[in-house]
Design a protein. Sequence first.
Length: 417
Amino acid sequence: MRQSTLFTKTRREAPKDEVSKNAQLLIRAGFVHKEMAGVYSYLPLGRRVLENIERIVREEMDRIGGQEIRMATLHPSEPWKQTGAWDNVDVLFKINSRTEKEYALGQSEEEIVTPIGQEYLNSYKDLPLKVYQIGQKYRDELRAKSGIMRGREFTMKDMYSFHATQEDFDKFYAEAKDAYLRVYDRVGLVAKATEASGGAFTTKLSYEFMVLTDAGEDDILYCGSCSYCTNVEVSEQKEGEKCTRCNGAGTLARAKASEVGNIFDLGTKYAKDFNVTYRTQDGTDALPIMGCFGIGITRLMGVVVEALSDAKGIVWPESIAPFRVHLIELSNGNKDVESEAAELYRELTAAKIPVLWDDREARAGEKFADSDLIGIPLRVIVSEKTVASGKFECVTRATGKVEHKSISELIGHLTHE
Ligand code: ATP
Ligand code: MG
């Protein structure tokens, strides 16, 4: 894409009312537009990042047998009343219609997915069933000061599963945990799986996936030696104590973290609420066991910005960057430089490498500052020096490492890594 056609522009200052680093940087770089506290629109650069995260999540959910659907987000009130959530879930947005009917905005979708399950699950042969969606959620959050990490409208991947036996559930639960850890790894983050109580629904263990960041709203204890990690809220252990999981090989440290996903066993609560049964092999009726599995897509994007940015701006990991290459043309009207840049753009595009071409008439300093702020992983500079040497100056955003490459070396490097 030619940067001269990108309608968003960078800005020096973040809005005064925006306190979070992630939203400040994303607004300044033109990825998002703030509508009100906790509600953001995603502009071309931001939408590209979200789509990259969604693609990774989709690949991992498909890999463990998920079938993608798209559920309604405007809900009838009846199922919410049927589960008791209408009165008990304080973040639920309720809407009064002029027809005197009431509606809810989806904050999670058990109330919608369970009746769908009821319609299609008849026999044990229909189980297990795993469905998921990537879509908008609405929550009447009291505090929305963490930028896109805590929205009143936000994007979540939510998966729901139905199983005949606890054993089958447990097997899938372990697969889902691994899939989640792969997602976080692929978007460039290190997540720890905490063991926590499953909240209101169940006494069973649940996993929360935590990324260490000072911008997070959770406090966790984690072992420096083994993978043990727990939420301070539910733990009987304290900071500085020996870890009981690895027999004291490590000590528990306390840190701020952000919950980027969680998975839990819903047991038969929703199957009971909606009277969902299936016919077992010996002809009796039984309740399926359900699980729910969430990933905060927009929160994940915010956490990446918090965790990986530096003093100059955002640093996107290759896997979710809006473009892989930022082609900076420094031509000052020099036709040879212009045609060199155009040629590189053509070749990169032909090799299917997404590239943002800064073809604007602007000073080099301005182009570099914008490029640092936007955070595309590789900057390739085309200048008079390039015309003379046949080599492009390539700068890695994350490390500042500079290399000089010919077109073929550059394309080879980008297509074979
Ligand atoms: P939190 O404790 O942060 O409020 P939660 O326990 O309410 O999270 P879930 O209902 O399990 O979260 O939602 C699944 C995932 O969706 C969370 O792990 C988180 O990554 C994300 N998420 C939850 N609430 C928000 C929000 N208000 N804005 C952005 N992402 C959110
Ligand atoms: Mg919450």
